[in-house]
Design a binder for this molecule. Structure first.
Ligand code: SF4
Ligand code: SF4
Length: 95
């Protein structure tokens, strides 16, 4: 079992977090099916196909099932959790 750290704001920090590479994503939805917390959705980024994105980063439990489900390797689990969360939240606000 992974050990969670505590962040500067006192909230539990995950050890790892999914980072989805839009260029590699084919929009198949397998990661969305695999996610037990409904944290991922397909979003329109103006490309040919909609791309997967973690739209609910607060509900992600860092289980890695999305990465396991993606056969093209578009989901990588990163240990740079704080940076990934910050970027997702900025993009979610903009989007
Ligand atoms: S499983 Fe991979 S290719 Fe399919 S939607 Fe998710 S990130 Fe994209
Ligand atoms: S790591 Fe687990 S909870 Fe987080 S988005 Fe992937 S499947 Fe969902």
């Amino acid at each position: 079992m992974s050990s969670n750290r505590t962040g500067t704001d006192g909230k539990k920090m995950l050890d790892r977090f999914p980072w989805i590479i839009p260029f590699s994503c084919e929009g198949c939805g397998d990661c969305i099916e695999a996610c037990p917390t409904g944290s991922i959705e397909l979003v329109d980024l103006g490309r040919k196909v909609d791309k997967a994105r973690v739209t609910n980063p607060d509900t992600c439990i860092g289980c890695g099932k999305c990465a396991q489900a993606c056969v093209v390797g578009a989901v990588q689990m990163t240990s740079c959790v704080e940076k990934a969360l910050q970027l997702y939240k900025e993009k979610t606000r903009l989007g």
